[in-house]
Design a protein. Sequence first.
Length: 340
Amino acid sequence: MAASHSILLTGATGSLGAVILEQLLSNGNSVTAVLRSFQNSRYYLENRYEKEVAARNLQFVEIPDMTVTDAFHRAATGVSVIIHVATPLAKDNFVEMMVKPANKIIHNILYAATASSTVKRVIVTGSMVATFNFLNFMDSPKTITEADFNDIQLDDALKKVSLAYTYSKTSSERAAWEYMQQFQRSFDLIFLLAPSIFGRSIQDGFKAVKGDLGGIAAIYRELFDRDILGFLFPCVMTIDDVAKTHIMSLDPSVPGNERYIIYSHDVSTDKVANAIRAKYPALRTRIPAPTEKDSFSPQTKFDKSKADGVFGTDWRGWEEGVYAIVDDILRSEKEQSSTK
């Protein structure tokens, strides 16, 4: 059995964070989950993990504003690892609501880890979008590695939420590495650069929304109820496997002070659409059949050999994640329809 750890976890109420929490507890770790509001989130988690709460393997700390200086200092006392999953999101005012908070939060986490005498590792959920510029993604014949960073300029990033998100993830990661170079510390840092995430949604109050970011919304938006298929980012991994890489990163044998491009499969829009249409015949009226032009693939490629060497390649099939998303979408639609 793997050694247990004492973990401070942000983002436990989000889609990925919820699965990371589930896996942390099932592997015997002790977790302190950061919640913005006890009133909104604590009751659900206490009921879902009643045994773990009773055994004090799951505890909670309320931090309404993670951008406040010293926000994590008390919570980081006594833990061995911090896993930072939470990401600020916004639909407008991107600099003030997304970019600046993301930078401040990662600074506060690293600052708290520096002040702690027990933290040995900080694991951050980064994103592959921090390695390349979406504006030339389709026609740039380049292979991206962990040495690459997104060079999008702020003026371009402010044009729409998806680009602002890529800028925010890139700038906050750069800020983290700059911090690590500037300050003496007794811990190391790992950035897991996640792809488009496919899979189940176990967080409280999930609703399928086409306008959201991420793999779930992408399938809903780019495949459902359209005349022609949209675009899906080709690098994917199931949510359980992305969470698994976080758990594996607890092992001290995983090299620290590294960023890892993680994904398990390359997919295309037409491949995903065909899989859904085959398994869910009733959805053939909502998801159009692929045409020849739907089979294109971007010129940019990604080298994930470093992560494969550390984490292996024993991952779930992408279809499992797609079917879980479709099931959640259909359930969400039914629930929302019944409340109208």
